[in-house]
Ligand binder design. Structure first.
Ligand SMILES: O=C(O)CCC(=O)N[C@@H](CCC(=O)O)C(=O)O
Ligand SMILES: [Zn+2]
Length: 347
């Protein structure tokens, strides 16, 4: 059986669940020779492209940390099929990850635990398949970066998601905590070229996949939100065309030429509060159809966590990622305020 005969997404989900024929499962650990290099099917949901010619970038593109966020899964699937068919000819080392096949199978955000709270060691505290898979994803990233040729290299990780709600800014990215380090104009420009012109600055360490790659591997890494969660086949791919094109260019061009940084292109929001759910009796005091980045008036009640009331503290405080159903101890809501790009330490 040839690698190009399989649908990499079906192969991943069925292989993870032990449902492949022996001919299909025999592809695990094998390599397909492609137009510009070799694509190894390292494991279910783990695909490593090594170019024939030396490159200077190591790029990780991941999807399905949340299993119902299908647009990124379609993008990764189609990029892999493009590489196998020769339509995409990468010249940069690239690791593609389909992170949570079990959650894809049931069409849910997760099975037992939110995988995007299990990185940077958090997976060591539990035994669910999601804990194990988060560890496996970290291992795949570590092996990939460790296997790079010697010399000066640039590491990137784009962890692709879609949001549960509508958003006033359809596409946005989370810039993980930099520990005081500068923000990169090149990355803000790359994201803007992807159509991602809204950035959220996280101001604390987290257990997300993107923060893991920043902190552990010194990569430029982002959680990239490409619109709203929809079932497979219902995504309007024209909305992500710029992002797909830029990810393809990133891995296919020896030197990606970007326009000059333009501070006016990007809106930047700083996280001002993280509101956690600590008790069963947690309520959000606004409707489910209130979009991400909606601004509230000072003094308005946002949430109650048992007896504790969370009121809007600042004018123009906006909400993002509200979810009253998160597990106890987890983030149920962030509030953000817009800040001028000029306020950032930029390099
Ligand atoms: O729409 C939502 O409420 C959640 C969308 C989502 O999965 N967002 C990520 C953000 C990760 C980060 O902060 O870098 C998540 O909640 O895991
Ligand atoms: Zn997500």
């Amino acid at each position: 059986m040839k690698h190009s005969d399989v649908n990499v997404l079906d192969w991943t989900v069925q292989g993870y669940h032990g449902e492949l024929t022996s001919a299909q499962s025999a592809l695990r650990g094998t390599t397909a020779l492609c137009a510009s290099g070799a694509l190894t099917f390292s494991d279910y949901g783990v695909f490593v492209f090594e170019p024939q010619q030396p490159s200077n970038k190591d790029v990780v593109i991941s999807c399905a940390v949340h299993g119902d966020e299908t647009a990124p899964i379609e993008i990764v699937r189609d990029m892999l099929h493009g590489i196998l068919s020769g339509d995409i000819q990468p010249c940069q080392r690239t690791l593609f990850l389909i992170a949570n096949p079990a959650a894809i199978r049931i069409g849910k955000r997760f099975v037992d635990e939110n995988m995007n709270r299990l990185f940077s060691g958090a997976h060591g505290k539990g035994q669910t398949p999601e804990h194990q898979r988060a560890a496996a994803m970290e291992h795949a990233v570590s092996e990939f970066f460790a296997a790079a040729p010697a010399g000066e290299r640039k590491r990137y990780h784009y962890d692709l998601h879609t949001a549960i709600r509508d958003s006033q800014y359809e596409k946005f990215a989370v810039y993980p905590f930099t520990h005081g380090g500068p923000y990169k104009k090149e990355q803000l420009t790359f994201l803007a070229e992807c159509g991602v012109e809204t950035i959220l600055l996280n101001q604390a360490p987290t257990t997300t996949f993107s923060y893991y790659s920043v902190r552990t591997h010194n990569a430029d890494a982002f959680t990239v939100e490409l619109g709203k969660v929809r079932p497979f086949g219902e995504n309007d791919r024209s909305k992500f065309a710029a992002a797909e094109q830029m990810f393809t260019r990133l891995i296919s061009e020896a030197e990606l030429r970007l326009p000059k940084f333009d501070a006016n292109r990007t809106k930047v929001f700083d996280v001002c509060r993280t509101i956690n759910r600590t008790v069963e009796d947690f309520t959000l005091h606004f409707p489910d159809d209130v979009a991400n980045f909606t601004a509230f008036k000072q003094g308005e009640l946002l949430a109650t966590d048992g007896d504790k009331e969370y009121l809007v503290e600042q004018s123009s405080e906006r909400i993002i990622f509200p979810n009253a159903k998160v597990a106890l101890g987890q983030r149920a809501l962030l509030t953000v305020v817009e800040i001028p790009v000029e306020q950032l330490k930029l390099v």
